[in-house]
Design a protein. Structure first.
Lengths: 341, 261
C-alpha cells in the first residue's frame, strides 16, 4: 500500500519565469515530508505536478518506482486534500466519500462498508446524509480527508489542509491527521507556509525558496543547523548577523573559515543586570517586553542601533522594563555559523 | 439613516413607482382591454366577458401559431444552450491567441437590431440556399441571437465555478470529461436554466426574422398576431397578448422558484 515518491530534477517554466527550478526529493514509504516556504516559492506548483494538474517542463516523477510524469491525474492514485476542501457541493457526505470508489467500480456492498468505516474513523457519524454546506469547517475538512483516504491512495497529498481552520481546531486536527497518516503508513507530501505546523508533524521538512529546495532535513536539523540565511530567518525567530563584530559582539575566538552570516536563536540569549565581561555578552537598552504567559519576549536595543531578540521565562516580564538597561549573554556554542547566503 | 429615508428615500420611491407604471402600464391596458365585451378593442373596457378568450382559444391560427412558436423556441433554446455552453467552456478554459477577440465577436449579434439581421439573412439565403426555406432558416437565424444570449449568461457562471472541485473529481479517478459531467454540470444547472429561458423567450417573442425568413404556412404566433393587429384590431388580439403575458409571468415565477440568486 505504501510506496516511495521520487521527484528528479523537476522544473516548471511559465514563459521566462521558473516557478519550480529543479527540485530533487525522495520520500520514503510511510514518510511525511513537508514542502515549506513563503507564497510563490513553488511548493504548491510542485505538489500539483505530483497530482498531475501541472505538467513539468523538465524532470521525472516516480511513484513506487514507476514513471508517472505524463500520466493524467485520474490514473495516478494519489489522494489529495485541497486547501478549499473542494467538496462536491451537490453530494452528501456519504456520496462525497464514495465518489472515488464509484469511479473505481468497487462493488456496491464494499463501497457501503468502506464508507461506513471511514465515517466512523473520522467521527462523522450521523452526518452521512448532510450536504457540505450544512457542515462546520472542521467537519468539511474531515470529509475532504476521508474522501482522499478511502481510495487507499499510494501517496497522500496535502495542500495547506489546516489553513482554513481556526487556531484551536488546527492543533488538534493536525495531530489527528498525523496519527492517521502513521497508522495507515501513508507516504505523504504536505504543502504549508506555516513553519510551526511543518515542524509539528513532519518527518522531514524541505524548505523551498525561489523554486528550489534550500534545505531538507528533520525539523531539528533545519532549526538547529540551517544551511542558508533564508532558512535561518524563515524557521523560527532569529538574530542574524553579517559579521561577528557587528553590533559590538565580541565573538572571540573567531571561528576559522568564512561564514556568510551568524545565527543566534532568541531562546539562547539570557538577560541579566550585571555588567558585560569578556566575549559573548553585550549591554543594551530594553525596548519592548511582551509577556506571553509561557514566557517573555524582550527586544534589546544595542549601542550600534540594532535589535537583539531574547526569549526567557515569564518572570522576565517583572524584571525588565522598557527603557531600563540589561545585559545579554549566550553560550559560544549557541552561535551558529551559516555557510551559504 | 432618518435623513436618507426622508430625502433620498422618498425620491427613490417616486422614481421606482414611475418606472413600474412605465413598464407595467401598457401591459395592464392590454390585459384590461382583453376582458371587454365589445367587438373592438376599447380602453377603459366596456362590460366584462371572456368572449375574446374563447375566440382566441378556438381560433386555429392562434392555437396553431402557439404550438409552432413553442416548437421553434424549444428548438432554439436547446441548440443555443448546447452550442453556447460549449463555446463558453472553450472561451473560459482554453488559452489561445485571439481568445478575447473571439468572445467579443460571438457576443456582437446582441448589439445589432434583429431587423438588420433579418434583412441580411433574407439577402443571404436568396443567394445561397444553404438551408431549406421556412423553419430551418428561422431556427438558424434565431441561433444568431440565442447563442450569444446563452454565452453571456454562461461566461460569468463558468468563470465563477471553483476549478479545484473538478480537480478533486479527477484526483479521485474521474476522467476530465466525467469530472465535468459529474461535478461541474450540476453546479452550472441554475445558469443553464436561466440561459435556456432567455433564449426561449427571445425566440418565442421574435417577430422580424419570423416575418422575413419564416414561411407563411408555418407562421409563429408573433407573426399571426402581427398580421391580426394590422387587419382587424379586435379584442382577440388583446386576449392572446394577455395569455402570452401570463405565460411569461409564470415562467418568471418558476425561474425565481428554481434559481437561487
Amino acid at each position: 500500500m505504501s510506496t516511495t515518491l521520487d521527484l528528479q530534477g523537476i522544473e516548471k517554466r511559465y514563459g521566462a519565469t521558473r516557478a519550480v527550478a529543479g527540485v530533487d526529493l525522495s520520500v520514503a514509504p510511510g514518510e511525511l515530508v513537508a514542502l515549506l516556504g513563503p507564497s510563490g516559492c513553488g511548493k504548491t506548483t510542485t505538489l500539483r505536478m505530483v497530482a498531475g494538474f501541472v505538467e513539468p517542463t523538465a524532470g521525472r516523477i516516480l511513484m513506487g518506482g514507476a514513471d508517472i510524469t505524463r500520466m493524467p491525474p485520474h490514473k495516478r492514485n494519489a489522494g489529495m486534500v485541497f486547501q478549499s476542501y473542494a467538496l462536491f457541493p451537490h453530494l452528501s457526505v456519504a456520496d462525497n466519500i464514495a465518489f472515488g470508489l464509484r469511479r473505481r467500480a468497487v462493488p456496491r456492498a464494499e463501497i457501503a462498508a468502506r464508507v461506513a468505516r471511514m465515517v466512523s474513523l473520522l467521527q462523522l457519524d450521523g452526518l452521512e446524509q448532510r450536504l457540505p454546506r450544512q457542515l462546520s469547517g472542521g467537519q468539511q475538512q474531515r470529509v475532504a480527508v476521508g474522501r482522499a483516504l478511502v481510495i487507499n491512495p499510494a501517496v497522500l497529498l496535502l495542500d495547506e489542509p489546516f489553513s482554513n481552520l481556526d487556531a484551536l481546531l488546527r492543533d488538534s486536527t493536525r495531530i489527528e491527521m498525523r496519527r492517521l497518516q502513521t497508522t495507515l503508513g501513508l507516504t505523504t507530501l504536505f504543502v504549508t507556509h506555516d513553519q510551526a505546523e511543518a515542524m509539528a508533524i513532519s518527518d522531514r521538512i524541505a524548505v523551498m525558496h525561489r523554486g528550489r529546495i534550500e534545505q531538507i532535513g528533520t525539523p531539528r536539523e533545519i532549526y538547529d543547523r540551517p544551511a542558508t540565511r533564508f532558512v535561518a530567518g524563515f524557521i523560527g525567530r532569529a538574530n542574524l548577523f553579517d559579521a561577528p563584530e557587528e553590533a559590538g559582539l565580541r565573538l572571540a575566538p573567531a571561528e576559522p573559515g568564512a561564514a556568510a552570516c551568524w545565527l543566534l536563536r532568541p531562546e539562547a540569549v539570557t538577560l541579566d543586570l550585571a555588567p558585560p565581561e569578556g566575549p559573548n555578552a553585550v549591554a543594551g537598552t530594553v525596548e519592548v517586553v511582551s509577556f506571553l504567559g509561557t514566557g517573555t519576549h524582550v527586544s534589546l536595543r544595542l549601542p550600534s542601533g540594532r535589535i537583539l531578540l531574547a526569549e526567557g521565562p515569564a518572570a522576565w516580564a517583572d524584571r525588565f522594563r522598557p527603557g531600563s538597561p540589561a545585559t545579554a549573554r549566550w553560550d559560544r556554542a549557541a552561535l551558529v555559523a551559516i555557510r551559504a547566503a | 439613516m432618518t435623513s436618507l429615508r426622508s430625502g433620498l428615500g422618498w425620491a427613490l420611491l417616486a422614481v421606482s413607482a414611475l418606472a413600474f407604471v412605465y413598464i407595467l402600464g401598457p401591459l395592464a391596458v392590454i390585459v384590461a382591454a382583453s376582458f371587454g365585451d365589445t367587438g373592438y378593442i376599447a380602453f377603459p373596457p366596456e362590460g366584462f366577458s371572456l368572449r375574446s378568450y374563447r375566440a382566441a382559444l378556438t381560433d386555429i391560427r392562434y392555437v396553431g401559431g402557439f404550438f409552432i412558436s413553442l416548437r421553434l423556441a424549444a428548438t432554439v433554446a436547446f441548440l443555443s444552450l448546447v452550442v453556447g455552453t460549449l463555446a463558453a467552456v472553450a472561451l473560459t478554459r482554453l488559452d489561445f491567441p485571439g481568445r478575447s477577440f473571439l468572445e467579443a465577436f460571438f457576443l456582437s449579434p446582441l448589439i445589432l437590431p434583429t431587423l438588420v439581421i433579418a434583412v441580411a439573412l433574407t439577402l443571404f439565403f436568396a443567394n445561397t440556399p444553404l438551408l431549406p426555406g421556412g423553419m430551418p432558416r428561422l431556427v438558424a437565424g434565431h441561433l444568431l441571437v440565442g447563442v450569444p444570449l446563452v454565452l453571456r449568461v454562461m461566461l460569468p457562471v463558468l468563470r465563477r465555478v471553483d476549478r479545484s472541485v473538478e480537480e478533486a473529481a479527477q484526483n479521485l479517478g474521474a476522467s476530465p470529461v466525467m469530472a465535468f459531467i459529474l461535478v461541474t454540470l450540476p453546479a452550472l444547472r441554475p445558469g443553464l436554466f436561466a440561459a435556456a429561458a432567455l433564449a426561449f423567450i427571445f425566440s418565442f417573442d421574435e417577430v422580424e426574422m419570423a416575418l422575413f425568413i419564416g414561411s407563411a404556412r408555418e407562421a409563429p404566433l408573433t407573426v399571426v398576431l402581427y398580421g391580426a393587429a394590422q387587419m382587424q384590431f379586435d379584442p382577440t388580439v388583446a386576449a392572446v397578448s394577455s395569455l402570452l403575458i401570463m405565460l411569461a409571468g409564470t415562467l418568471m415565477l418558476l425561474r425565481q422558484a428554481f434559481v437561487r440568486p
